[in-house]
Design a protein around this ligand. Sequence first.
Ligand SMILES: [Zn+2]
Ligand SMILES: [Zn+2]
Length: 211
Amino acid sequence: MLEIVSFTLGPVQTNAYLVADSDTKEAAVIDPAWNGHIILAEAQKRGWRIAHLWYTHAHFDHIGGAGAIADALNPLPLVALHPHDHVLWRAGGGGAIFGFDIDPGPEPTIDFYQGQILRLGSVEFEVRFTPGHTPGHCILYVPSSDACFCGDLIFAGSVGRTDLPGGNWEQLVESIKTQVFTLPDETRLFSGHGPESTVGEEKKGNPFVGE
Ligand SMILES: [Zn+2]
Ligand SMILES: [Zn+2]
């Protein structure tokens, strides 16, 4: 069964999610935002083994804790990212614009693609390609838990910014409509910033893309 521990970390209050299959104790970090040692300590306390780092996108505030996590693990975790965000990853996640120089951790070796299935023990995560906030943005949907980790695509009552390099407003709206609003209304949305929401609530009430 999927277990989710959330953290809000770093200079722009980014949500990181430590997720695990409670049976096998295999764990992943979705967007290791900042302060990797805090995420690591929580995993160790629970007896979970972090085997994967999954990035919704490569902005610095979503990967800033990766180096500290990887430094403490042997073997290294496998890092997954959509190839369209590799350029951003190599540029330190765009942190220089904001005065941040991060340790990006191990190089991504797993390429996300639309429809890919990731497994943590018996829990399946479906990758959905959702460009707009960045060119390689993806979200991770867990049908068995009615949960979706949606990075900076959509927030409770808001949406991701598209004014940073590679951003595209039309693509963002299209991604939300085709990849988020097609999920069941009760699906819980775990965003990269701010509180949890659901697909139904955002369809009704989101001032940018709601009905
Ligand atoms: Zn972002
Ligand atoms: Zn962000």
